[in-house]
Write a protein that binds this ligand. Structure first.
Ligand code: 13P
Length: 338
């Protein structure tokens, strides 16, 4: 267990954070299609190679979460992508859930699948070099939802996954995502997020998960995308930290937020505000595990073309650096003017 605890600590060390580059093929397809990038195995490989070749990425990124296809791929020169990540001083991680599927008896709600055969898959990923894993549950807010049944089932699956990870030596990144879609208020998101987190930690306790050897990856507490009232950065920072203080045990080493569809700049600004206002008083690190909020500008610049790789590196390096600054409470909008 000490190795797992040390890995969890290293992932949160030095004001760094995680880069989620674990989009499933359907999600990657969606992101590429929106930009007119051809959608096939080779373009996905080339895109991921572009990311891992970014010079200096490890100045801000401690760990990178891969998708199953990527952990088995090589760079053009034959180097396995997972080796390139390790050589760059970044800890490789792996997404291990099999996606959120419609939940029987619960219209509008999802349950994440992937527990069957998970122990053997985790052992294989460990042998391939992964030292942490991720499982994402999604909770929607809407008319009469989320239901207790949905919250309970997803929290239970997260806890079963986390226990299996620790058994094989992987740090579980536990991701219960309350979605931004909808017109719910900030207060509604607060209530649902608190309820979900309390249930998740109850289940983690029941499944004997060592809290010191895991990372929580939650949503920030935000008003729905269609809510007419969009609170200030500082209000969101206050509500998010208050919610986490209610529900997250002090024993976990860190909280690494997902970005969930916020713009890159807002995600950095909100994380920054939390650290400016609360960092010295919190028991856990407040970090990031963003996919879109780190990758999107670089993806748009890259656009599937070799000629754009250097410019894409610059954009990726910049976003990673902004988020490391946000961990220190030193991010400023002036960093965005290049
Ligand atoms: P976003 O930061 O784009 O929400 O993705 C984080 C993630 O890993 C979702 O599982």
């Amino acid at each position: 267990m000490q190795d797992i605890i040390n890995t969890a600590k290293s992932l949160m060390d030095d004001n760094k954070g995680l880069l989620a580059m674990d989009e499933s093929n359907p999600t990657c397809k969606k992101r590429f299609a929106a930009l007119g990038i051809p959608q096939n195995e080779e373009t996905r490989r080339a895109y991921r190679e572009m990311i891992v070749n970014t010079p200096g990425l490890n100045e801000s990124i401690s760990g990178a979460i891969l998708f199953d296809e990527t952990i088995r791929q090589q760079k053009k020169d034959g180097t396995p992508i997972v080796k390139a990540i390790i050589d760059a001083g970044i800890i490789p991680g792996i997404k291990v859930d099999k996606g959120a599927k419609d939940m029987a008896g619960h219209p509008g709600e999802k349950i994440t699948e992937g527990l069957d055969g998970l122990r053997d898959r985790l052992k294989e990923y460990y042998q391939m070099g992964a030292r942490f894993a991720k499982w994402r549950a999604v909770i929607a807010i809407g008319n009469g939802i989320p239901s207790r049944g949905c919250i309970e089932a997803n929290a239970h699956a997260l806890a079963r996954y986390a226990a299996l990870c620790q058994e094989v030596g992987l740090v579980p990144v536990v991701e219960p995502e309350v979605l931004m879609e909808g017109d719910h208020t900030l207060e509604q998101c607060f209530e649902v997020t608190e309820e979900v987190l309390r249930m998740v930690f109850n289940q983690l306790y029941a499944q004997c998960v060592t809290l010191e050897g895991m990372i929580l990856k939650p949503n920030m507490v935000l008003p729905g995308l269609d809510c007419p009232n969009q609170e200030s950065v500082d209000d969101i920072a206050d509500m998010t930290v208050e919610c986490l203080l209610h529900a997250v045990p002090a024993a976990i080493p860190g909280i690494a937020f997902l970005s969930g569809g916020q713009s890159s700049e807002l995600a950095s600004a909100r994380l920054n505000a939390m650290n400016v206002r609360f960092k010295s008083r919190l028991p856990w690190a407040l970090a990031f595990s963003f996919a879109r909020a780190i990758q999107q500008p670089a993806l748009e610049i890259w656009n599937g073309k070799e000629a754009n790789v250097l410019a894409a590196h610059k954009a990726l390096y910049h976003r990673a650096r902004c988020n490391r600054a946000a961990r220190r409470g030193e991010y400023d909008a002036s960093m965005e003017i290049t």
